[in-house]
Ligand binder design. Structure first.
Ligand code: FAD
Length: 475
């Protein structure tokens, strides 16, 4: 073992939370190291975490490819465009996705170099005294001391005891790398990952059945949004079965047999060619902490932190998916930056009230702030205004009129409390709500801001006007 190398900041994990922390710390003049254990498909180290390798970016690449394919069969005709039967080359589509992943993971390595972040490739374990022992891929070990250590170990897919991952039962990693369109795809879990990856393969021709344990569809979203989304998914042929408790799987010659009880308590079975298990993710903290570090894990395996992402152990912080809060890349980005700034003596902060949520299905779903159901449960008086895309010229011109925008505002002060959207490109539009809420804006503020015509953003404008019952384009 070589002698201990000293840094101002040592980051464990180079996913969204870790690489943001490392680069920001280096920008602030702190001598920084970042360790990551992950390997890419080519067996070489790949920075960027779940998000860049097997999460946000590759899933959006496949969502976009499959959307183009689906539109050829379902939208182009309305524009008067016809052609011979569309065909999909899955290997080429996946290769395009792999190219994008390589470009972005390589980009993080280049950013580390440009910002003088020292990258270490291997598995890091925190020891007492802010030492991180790194077992590198070549078998050698190094010890890094950080005046500050930032744990950004991220998360892994949850495996069900009766559905072990293998060739036919897969998680997100497998679902992003299928070599052909499965005739029948089963999905356990109608959450973000299940819906997005289920949509990819449905659009390419799979018969997709999604089994969800909860009785309500997309319970975290505003109920009106969930209702419209469920209707649109049904039209696309996604078979979403709610209130189903999956109890077992068996891989047989004719496919994976999945047994479950339905919402009426009756025993059922489906047979599928591939089964995607998307029941959530768990903090990747197993083996991360040696004895005696003082860092605590909660019952869900997450690193315990305060509102500033501090663990309570001098100089040890934790950010991203391995701590409490939503498992979203952009939440990790902001925590990583905030902690780097706090270490440098600056006022780092993350506002959890304005973190946007997006589901990249067709139509897209997005929201920020409170839902109507949450406001009712809190007993808070509010006003609501909504506006349908069917009355927005741009959406109709695009032949994508499904969905609406809803603005919720405090009944007395008019401060915006939430914005809920379902429709085309709402992953972009939601940021009007984020910005307005961050600046404590009111529905009237938003209603008085000039929006370009024709644009989808007019739905946001008119929904804000509708809060005061003065939407121009609404009868
Ligand atoms: P991770 O990205 O998980 O990175 C942690 C890194 O640390 C990994 O590279 C891991 O190898 C490394 N590591 C862990 N332990 C050690 C150790 N002891 N030593 C060395 N290295 C270690 N979020 C969004 O916001 N938008 C999306 O559209 C979106 N889509 C998603 C789609 C899918 C299919 C999935 C699975 C996730 C998606 N997410 C999305 C979630 C997003 O990927 C995560 O929230 C985000 O990656 C978390 O970032 P992180 O830095 O905390 O952890």
């Amino acid at each position: 073992m070589s002698e201990v190398q000293n840094f101002d900041v040592v980051v464990i994990g180079a996913g969204p939370a870790g690489y943001h922390a490392a680069i920001r710390a280096a920008q602030l003049g702190l001598k920084t190291a970042c360790i990551d254990a992950a390997l890419g498909k080519d067996g070489k180290p790949a920075l960027g975490g779940t998000c860049l390798r097997v999460g946000c970016i590759p899933s959006k690449a496949l969502l976009d490819s499959s959307r183009q394919f689906w539109n050829m069969g379902h939208l182009f005709d309305q524009h008067g465009i016809s052609f011979d039967k569309p065909a999909i080359d899955v290997k080429k589509m996946v290769a395009r996705k792999d190219g994008i992943v390589k470009q972005f993971t390589g980009g993080i390595a280049a950013l580390f170099k440009a910002n003088k972040v020292s990258a270490f490739y291997g598995y890091g374990q925190l020891q007492p005294g802010n030492i991180v022992k790194v077992k590198q891929h070549d078998g050698s070990e190094v010890e890094l001391h950080g005046s500050n250590v930032i744990i950004a170990a991220g998360s892994d897919s949850i495996e069900l005891p009766f559905a072990k991952f293998g060739e036919h039962i897969i998680d997100n990693v497998g679902a992003l790398d299928l070599e052909a369109v499965p005739k029948r795809l089963g999905v356990i879990g109608a959450g973000v990952i299940g819906l997005e990856l289920g949509s990819v393969w449905k659009r390419l021709g799979s018969e997709v059945t999604i089994l969800e344990g909860l009785p309500n569809f997309l319970a975290a979203a505003d109920a009106e949004v969930s209702k419209v989304a469920a209707r649109e998914f049904k039209k696309q042929g996604l078979d979403i079965k709610l209130g189903c408790k999956v109890s077992g799987t068996e891989v047989k010659k004719d496919g994976v047999h999945v047994s479950y009880t339905d919402d009426k308590g009756a025993a059922q079975e489906i047979v599928v060619d591939k089964l995607l298990v998307a029941v959530g993710r768990r903090a990747a903290t197993k083996g991360l902490l040696a004895d005696g570090t003082g860092v605590k894990l909660n019952e869900r395996g997450q690193v315990e932190v305060d509102e500033h992402c501090h663990t309570g152990v001098d100089g040890v912080w934790a950010v991203g998916d391995c701590v409490r809060g939503p498992m979203l890349a952009h939440k990790g980005f902001e925590e990583g930056i905030a902690v780097a700034e706090l270490i440098a003596g600056l006022p780092g902060h993350v506002n959890f009230d304005t973190i946007p949520w997006v589901i990249y299905t067709e139509p897209e779903i997005a929201w920020v702030g409170k839902t109507e159901e949450q406001l009712k449960a809190e007993g808070r008086a509010y006003k609501a205004g909504s506006f349908p895309f069917a009355a927005v010229g741009r959406a109709v011109a695009m032949a994508e009129p499904a969905g609406f925008v809803k603005v919720l505002a405090d009944a007395e002060t008019d401060t915006i409390l939430g914005m809920h959207l379902v429709g085309a490109n709402v992953s972009e539009l939601v940021h009007e709500g984020v910005l307005a809420m961050e600046f404590k804006g009111s529905a009237d503020d938003l209603a008085r801001i000039c929006h370009a015509h024709p644009s989808l953003s007019e739905a946001v404008h008119d929904a804000a006007m509708a809060v005061h019952k003065r939407a121009i384009h609404k009868a």
